[in-house]
Design a protein around this ligand. Sequence first.
Ligand code: BTN
Length: 279
Amino acid sequence: MIIATVIQQGESPVPEMLRERLPRSLFTRTVYYAPVLGSTNSRAKELAERGEAEGALVITERQTRGRGRLGRQWHSPSGVNLLFSVLFRPPFSLDRVFSLTMLVAVSLVDAIREMTGLKTLIKWPNDIYCNGKKTAGILTEFSADTKAIEYVVVGTGLNVNWDLRDQPELQHSATSLMNELGYPVSRVTLFSCVLEILEKNYGLLLMGKDALIRDQWNRHSMVIGRDVLIDPEGEKKRATVTGIDRNGALLIEEEGGRASSIVCGDVRVLFPSLPGNRD
Ligand code: BTN
């Protein structure tokens, strides 16, 4: 049993492994795997521009130019985490594009829960937190004209088996599933579970049931109903989060009661309650 776990944990999420587990999945029809890439999002966008079909999946073990939101870099050592991008071509108008980010976020939360028992939360707009520390980030990029979406690439970096305890600069703000559990997780099994849930949830969006995905997002939200610091690195305004709208903007009530919304940026949750990580 122990031997099996160790071997599985060392397995790379290569196309054959994923196809074996999910032979009929939309996301295993076309899988691009490379041990090293600049960025899986950049590669997926190139493929999209060349006409690649919906569902194409780009996976790597290491990125030399991994990108995060707001022009930041995304760091991950080789071969321990999940780094992947999915190409969607949803028949949606542009105002539904945030639903794709929500889709990936809720699917990650559900898959992590199912595979490990860990409870994770979504921090607006698209980070996954476990026990108060960032475990995954999502980067959504798209091409659209004024009305219709041409394609959406949603990239995920999920810290699975990275030991962050020896990373002085990150250990207080970031974590991995292994660090929270105390033992490593099979990346192939976890990834298969993510893709399976992703496909089921994408089916809901295709049926126009965005509200169901939004409800799940709200249920797992780390910010709804909480006091937050807006623009924590800059002007610093305090507000209470009242919800998100269908475009993904954060609805807030500022001190003094003025209601407004934030379309992009970062928030810091004040006095977060840290629920137990496992039932
Ligand atoms: C963030 O938290 O700012 C988003 C991070 C997203 C990182 C992932 S890793 C796979 C994909 N390729 C990239 O270059 N970025 C995303």
